[in-house]
Design a protein. Structure first.
Length: 162
């Protein structure tokens, strides 16, 4: 049986249809601290759990919003069953085309589990034969009603060079 490629699946799926839900991923204090070091952001609400518990509005350290956003790639790859992100490159290239309507809805506490839920929002072909696919997403926090993050992610599929 031939398994359809990611590009074929995205082109066949009707707008609004669920692409997949990722595995749960723990957002550790170490991840948060490493992100802060990499981005040179010393905010103690993220880096100092004791300070955050005493002075912050959330009772402890929380993930950076941009860290939560940056987890979209690994959550998406998990949701579509391509954890290494390799399958998509055999059929052309999927490029990150940007984000629309992104909202950080609820904080992600250090140690929380998150997962991504992805569905096709819209897709169109441009004049150069590239497909622009909008993927609606929500990053959920285990045990919480409100998601951490919602928005639309745009992918551009560029066909292989002939």
């Amino acid at each position: 049986m031939l398994i359809p490629t990611t590009h074929e699946r995205l082109r066949r799926v009707e707008p609004g249809a669920l692409l997949g839900v990722s595995d749960w991923l723990v957002v550790t204090q170490r991840m948060i601290s490493e992100f802060g070091a990499t981005t040179k952001d010393p905010d103690p609400m993220h880096l100092d759990p004791e300070w955050a518990a005493k002075h912050g509005p959330f009772g402890g350290a929380i993930s950076y919003g941009f860290l939560t956003i940056s987890l979209l790639t690994t959550l998406f790859n998990s949701a579509i069953g391509d954890p290494a992100g390799r399958e998509r490159h055999s059929e052309g290239s999927y490029l990150n085309y940007g984000l629309d309507r992104v909202r950080l809805v609820a904080p992600v506490p250090a140690g929380a589990l998150v997962r991504g839920r992805f569905s096709v929002g819209d897709r169109r072909e441009d004049e150069r034969g590239r497909w622009i696919t909008t993927v609606d997403f929500a990053v959920e926090i285990e045990g919480q009603e409100r998601p951490a993050l919602v928005g639309q992610w745009l992918f551009m599929w560029v066909p292989p060079e002939a």
